[in-house]
Design a binder for this molecule. Structure first.
Ligand code: IPE
Ligand code: IPE
Ligand code: MG
Length: 299
């Protein structure tokens, strides 16, 4: 039986899901699934049992998301800090991750038919690589083109680049911090902190978080739009300054004629696109090499 698709919503849950779906829905939801050990302690069960129920709760939550039409979910299942836990706990978590995530991936094909795509990300080995490569290569590639380095380039360099930023981020267990999770990508997301422990997370908790997103929707949209507008304005300003400098170097009056200026601006934008594509492809190759080396080492 399918891990994610088994079981449907009750009539009451379906009814409420339909009401909620009448409002603006988050397209991408991120979860920091926290509170497994406190749950185990509270229920007097083994810690590993708490983690196991936590993974099963993820499957259930993905099913709710599917029913609510949320096609993209990113979860924080393990952080580099978590390696500091006892070897026994880390090994137990890794075993669970292997078992449960491979089951998820087995179901990938059937989920694709519903427009759902699952990505299992190993968060931390990639981050230092990205940042190191990014800085080293960007310095080399852009020595003469400072305009290339921008926030939008940084977006494109992150391994989350082919996914929209989360609209809603939920952390359970009452902790009100992000613990390094998607810091850049959630700057305009609705952050919802809920006191429920992750293995006890319910459909109603999810509905409550979505309602909070809906209540803040207009303000979030406004902030996101004005941020994007400001980015575009700054890029345009930098490009204009570059064109002015170029025209001056070529002996034209600082503003040149408008045709020459427009043509140069278009050329400069097209060339930047080309340089950035080259840079991103090189970064992608480095990343693929890194993965290959990692797999060889761990094989
Ligand atoms: C979250 O639950 C799962 C992982 C970090 C792997 P915790 O294990 O952090 O449980 P609490 O927060 O200590 O209760
Ligand atoms: C947070 O782990 C990451 C996950 C829930 C996977 P912790 O629960 O250990 O977080 P901190 O270290 O207390 O912030
Ligand atoms: Mg915790």
């Amino acid at each position: 039986m399918s891990w994610i698709r088994e079981g449907e919503l009750t009539i009451l849950e379906r009814f409420c899901a339909n009401i909620i779906k009448a409002g603006p829905m988050p397209k991408h939801v991120a979860f920091i699934m926290d509170g497994n050990r406190r749950y185990a302690q509270k229920c007097h069960v083994e810690r590993q049992q708490g983690h196991s129920q936590g993974f099963d709760k993820l499957a259930q939550t993905l099913r709710w998301c599917l029913n609510l039409g949320i096609r993209e979910v990113t979860v924080y299942a393990f952080s580099i800090e978590n390696f500091k836990r006892s070897k026994e706990e880390v090994d137990g978590l890794m075993d669970l991750a292997r078992q449960k995530f491979s089951r998820l991936l087995e179901e990938q094909e059937s989920l694709k038919k519903h427009g759902v795509c699952i990505r299992v990300l190993g968060d931390l080995p990639l981050l230092p690589l990205d940042i190191q490569e990014l800085i080293a290569q960007a310095v080399l590639a852009t020595r003469n083109y400072n305009n290339d380095v921008s926030e939008s380039l940084l977006d494109k360099c992150l391994y989350t680049n082919n996914s929209p930023d989360p609209d809603l981020l939920i952390r359970t267990s009452g902790e009100v911090r992000l613990s390094d999770f998607l810091l850049w990508q959630t700057s305009h997301s609705c952050l919802v902190f809920q006191s429920v422990l992750w293995p006890e997370y319910s459909f109603w908790n999810l509905c409550e978080a979505i309602l909070r997103f809906q209540m803040n929707y207009n303000a979030l949209q406004k902030a996101r739009d004005s941020y994007m507008e400001e980015r575009r304005r700054q890029q345009m300003e930098r490009d204009q300054a570059y064109v002015t400098k170029k025209l001056q170097q070529e002996g034209f009056a600082s503003h040149g004629d408008s045709w020459r200026r427009r043509t140069l601006l278009q050329k400069c934008t097209a060339m930047r696109e080309e340089r950035i594509q080259g840079f991103l492809q090189a970064l992608e190759h480095k990343r693929a090499d890194f993965f290959e080396r990692l797999c060889t080492v761990s094989a």
